[in-house]
Design a protein around this ligand. Structure first.
Ligand code: DLL
Length: 432
């Protein structure tokens, strides 16, 4: 195990002192290097000299995903482009992605944080780990990859997709660990079972995240595969996977709080809530150079717990996530906003703005159907015309969301109109 005891088992006083020192440095850094923050802080009447320690954090303004979108692509970068060595991106609320940049030092911190999380899941240099998060702009693949290399494990960079190949290699290589989404791991357990391979695997531990899941689902996965499964959390804006993870006691996710300072607020009043109460998680990146964020509203709902864990770590813990305060969906590990579908459909002349997204789960894989209402002008019951239009819309949606959706063309006026706020999503997935 690589336990960074110095960071993970600090006394509260030491941690507060470290966070305070880092916050003071961060605030000066962003004020000097990011015009957006200089303006925001000026507008809020707060200067770097007003921040003396972590207790002053509430004087600082919040940052949101919209701020990233409005400054697309690089407006919030604090380091010069010549110092940025990697870019990642995730879905924005409409057409534009939110883009994040890392300096070499940021990548080093990231690998360290993921390595801490993998160590919580019991991964060591003796493990063979299949990384089955997507590699590419999504942070999951490369994030888990470099963390696993930092631990010294043997990394198999599978990425997502080919379950047959993955399960065959799992057996042939004797993989002992896997990093992937929990729903995909459930699916893999079925592929293994259907191919009589369950008793041939050497899997011991799994590091699952990037989408909501439950303790019941964890114990289900553990029972089916005879492994221990761990919950890893993160978001690209803050870093990627590795912001927090749960240890063998599964009593909350330990935050790497020497790098990410957490607050829980009421999403309506924006006031802090008491420990143990559910609210929106907010992070300040204490050490990031590429794109440091102050009081970033994650929209993820959770509660915070303090006190020493049975494992010995002293870091603040968050509970399993109970949802989001916005309408973001996670479909096959990909973040999807209904507004992205809306923005994409506007480009298709033949359809009206009425649409419905139906999300479901078949064999533990998410499915998305989008019902789209055709404009009266273009309505025809000619099959070939409908097929052509279906294909066209599927292409537009794939381009906008990055995932395939089944498109169902509906006749004019056939989608139910809502009397209040329009309902665009039916999510039939039941988190067991
Ligand atoms: O999902 C990073 C990641 C990759 C985390 C691999 C864990 C493993 P984004 O694509 O930016 O980044 O999506 C971030 O996903 O705000 C949550 O809503 C959700 N999410 C991530 N991990 C968990 C989790 C990656 N363990 C968004 N439980 C976040 C529940 C999660 N939701």
């Amino acid at each position: 195990m690589i336990w960074n005891k110095e960071a993970e088992c600090m006394s509260r006083e030491e941690m507060t002192a470290l966070q305070s020192e880092r916050l003071v440095r961060l605030v000066k850094y962003v004020y000097d290097n990011v015009e957006f923050y200089r303006r925001r802080m000026d507008a809020a009447g707060v200067k770097p000299e007003d921040i003396h320690g972590i207790e002053d954090i509430t004087k600082l303004p919040y940052t949101t995903k919209d701020d990233l979108r409005d400054t697309y692509p690089f407006g919030l970068f604090a380091a010069p482009h010549s110092d940025i060595v990697r870019i990642h991106a995730s879905s924005g609320t409409t057409g534009k992605a939110t883009v994040v940049g890392y300096t070499a030092a940021d990548l080093d911190v990231w690998a360290e944080c993921v390595a801490r999380c993998l160590s919580m899941a019991g991964v060591t240099r003796n493990d063979i780990i299949q990384v089955a998060y997507g590699y590419g702009l999504f942070t999951g693949g490369l994030g888990a990859h470099y963390g696993a290399e930092r631990v010294g494990a043997m990394v198999v960079p599978m990425s997502t997709g080919n379950s047959k190949k993955l399960t065959t290699m799992m057996v042939d290589f004797g993989a002992t660990a896997i990093a992937c989404t929990p729903s995909y791991l459930l699916h893999l357990s079925e592929v293994l079972r259907d191919n009589d391979m369950l008793d041939k695997i050497k899997l011991r531990t799994a590091i699952c995240g990037a989408e909501p899941w439950t303790d019941k689902m964890r114990t289900d996965i553990e029972g089916r595969l005879g492994i221990s499964a761990h919950d890893i959390y993160g978001l690209s804006e803050i870093m990627g996977p590795g912001v927090a993870c749960d240890c063998e006691y599964h009593s909350g996710l330990h935050i790497c709080e020497d790098h990410f300072y957490p607050e829980i607020i009421d999403p309506k009043t924006l006031e802090p809530v008491a420990d143990g109460e559910t609210g929106e998680l907010v992070f300040t990146t204490l050490t990031k150079e590429g794109i440091p964020l102050i009081r970033y509203r994650t929209k993820d709902l959770t509660s915070i717990r303090r006190g020493v864990c049975e494992c010995g770590r002293t870091s603040v813990r968050i509970s399993r996530f109970s949802g989001r305060s916005d309408d973001m969906l996670i479909i096959r590990g990909v973040n999807v906003f209904p507004s992205q579908v809306e923005a994409a459909l506007i480009e298709v002349e033949e359809v009206t703005p009425h649409y419905m997204m139906i999300v479901d789960r078949e064999n533990n894989l998410d499915t998305l159907e989008i019902q789209v209402e055709i404009d009266k002008k273009y309505y025809t019951d000619e099959i070939r015309g409908i097929e052509r239009l279906t294909k066209k819309i599927a292409g537009v949606i794939q381009g906008a969301l990055g995932i395939n959706a089944k498109i169902k063309i509906m006749g004019p006026g056939s989608l139910k109109r809502s009397e209040g706020k329009a309902v665009h999503v039916i999510d039939n997935r039941k988190l067991i």
